[in-house]
Design a protein around this ligand. Structure first.
Ligand code: FAD
Length: 475
């Protein structure tokens, strides 16, 4: 079937108002957030109902047309971008964006896949509940994308990742049949946990159309500090001390290097250095409680003062009001944007056991210093989860070509080191198209074989997001 024919059949199937075909309309769907890939597509489908998604997949399955699910397009591994063949259609979930139900007594919400994450947070809030997933991209990423990448973010230390928030899913399978486990049960041991397979599958097994999610008590008190620490080891020590001292109220614990402040204050309007003089490393930490209590700030202050007296902390400031708190968070959350504006970057989304993270940073940094003279390290992130964005940016004045030429060797060295530390080369950003070869390199052969078997069982014709996560043919 040629592109013209495909467009006219899809138009009949879905209705012309649910299909984009003009070049200008297709443009926003052809590149990923990091602009690593640029694909082509004959059409973008914009269904309004689950039934339309079902009809679309049944048609594509029958005619062997590849389908690329597309959420907020904020992911980092090119998972939502069609390939260069011009044969794959894009399926945007943005019109499936109803909050179907918020049930405060059941501590649950049922939302459609195209809901923006911030809208789900607000819906929970208006029922006096809290939905904890929180990312810098929450104003544009969608629940379907969060589920499909098993997103992490800044509250994982307390609440876990997106997988931990899921009670049930509604999924359209590649053959068009709808599989719903959309219950709101806390306990359900009836056979294999199929919904879990779709979380983190990056659209390669089916299309998520709705999810039932856990809600939590509203956050009523918080205390936030921005503190300078001598090194990552001190950050890990401070995390332990704070968890102990606060009755495990730590909800966020982020590591920020000096260069993170330099980049954000340079490129992002309104960002300021919270401290009077520069230090090499910082942490942004937050304690929260669902009780109206005024003891969090004294607990945080006391723990920081004790750490200060022992040299674990060098300096620090507590947010005195919501405006301060937001300013600290703006600094942290705009580091990726500042990195993007600053120039080319090499990104490594790694996770190692928290206790060995300082050792990892030391060894990996030493490798970078010795081997990538054109790069500067921008290593930051969710240290409370052992997850760092071990990134490099092109150094000021360095040649972009020379810097990018270091990419293969750098990736191999960093990921080999991650393996030596029993870690993961993809902590929260998934595989997409970018890390298919890395998965083949680092997964055990048994794991890889089972992944191909699962893919074959769900999607025997290989129509779902072809070329993402796994190659079409096992090697
Ligand atoms: C500023 C910024 C900060 C970020 N911070 C974090 C962070 O702290 N933690 C983190 O984990 N990530 C972070 N990210 C990455 C990104 O926001 C997450 O990966 C997010 O979950 C992607 O959601 P999305 O809706 O944009 O998905 P997309 O990019 O549109 O898609 C992601 C993948 O999911 C698939 N997909 C999308 N919707 C569906 C569906 N309904 N059914 C099946 N498959 C689907 C796509 O095909 C693709 O493979 C950040 C990104 C930015 C730009």
């Amino acid at each position: 079937m040629d592109a013209k024919d495909l467009r006219s059949r899809l138009s009949v199937l879905l209705g012309a108002d649910c299909l984009l075909t003009e070049e200008a309309q297709l443009e926003p769907f052809l590149t990923d957030h990091r602009k690593l890939y640029r694909g082509r597509t004959p059409a973008v489908a914009l269904p309004r109902t689950v039934e339309q998604v079902s009809r679309l997949l049944a048609f594509c399955n029958e005619n062997r047309v590849g389908v690329v699910p597309h959420g907020g397009n904020t992911s980092y591994c090119g998972g939502a971008t069609p390939d260069e063949s011009g044969d794959q259609i894009v399926l945007s979930l943005r019109r499936l964006n109803r909050i179907r139900n918020v049930d405060p007594l059941n501590w649950s919400a049922v939302v459609e896949a195209g809901c923006i994450l911030a809208d789900v947070q607000r819906a929970a809030q208006s029922a006096d509940r809290f939905f904890p997933l929180s990312l810098g991209s929450e104003g544009s990423c969608q629940i379907g994308g969060n589920l499909s990448t098993n997103a992490g973010g800044t509250n994982v230390v307390r609440y876990g990742m997106m997988r931990d928030q899921v009670l049930g899913l509604e999924v359209v399978l590649p053959n068009g049949r709808v599989m719903s486990t959309l219950n709101t049960l806390r306990k359900d041991n009836t056979g294999y946990d199929l919904k879990s397979l779709f979380v983190g599958a990056e659209g390669t097994l089916g299309v998520i159309t709705a999810a039932s999610l856990k809600l939590y008590p509203t956050i009523r008190a918080s205390a936030t500090a921005f503190a300078a620490v001598p090194n990552p080891q001190a950050a890990v020590t401070l995390l332990s001390e704070l968890r102990d001292a606060s009755g495990d109220s730590v909800s966020s614990f982020e590591l920020i290097p000096r260069v993170g402040i330099d980049l954000t204050t340079k490129h992002i309007p309104g960002v300021q250095d919270p401290l009077d003089r520069p230090y090499e490393w910082y942490v942004l930490c937050e304690l929260t409680s669902s009780r109206y209590i005024d003891t969090l700030a004294p607990i945080l202050e006391g723990a920081l003062e004790s750490a200060l007296s022992r040299g674990v902390v060098l300096d620090g400031v507590l947010a005195q009001n919501e405006r301060h708190r937001e300013a600290f968070w703006k600094l942290r959350e705009t580091i990726p944007e500042a990195q993007r504006i600053d120039g080319a970057s090499l990104k490594h989304d790694i996770c190692v056991p928290i206790a060995v993270l300082p050792d990892f940073v030391e060894r990996a940094s030493a490798w970078v210093r010795a081997n990538v003279p054109e790069g500067r390290l921008v290593c930051y992130g969710h240290v409370g989860d052992g997850n760092l964005h071990f990134n490099l940016n092109q150094a000021p004045g360095a040649s972009q070509e020379a810097f990018m030429a270091r990419e293969p060797a750098t990736k191999r060295a960093i990921h080999d080191l991650v393996r030596d530390f029993c870690g993961s080369f993809s902590a929260e950003h998934g595989i997409g198209r970018l890390k298919v070869a890395e998965l083949e390199t680092y997964a055990q052969p048994e794991e890889l074989a089972m992944m191909h078997a699962v893919k074959q069982a769900f999607d025997p014709n290989g129509i779902m997001n072809p070329g993402k996560v796994l190659r079409s043919e096992p090697r």
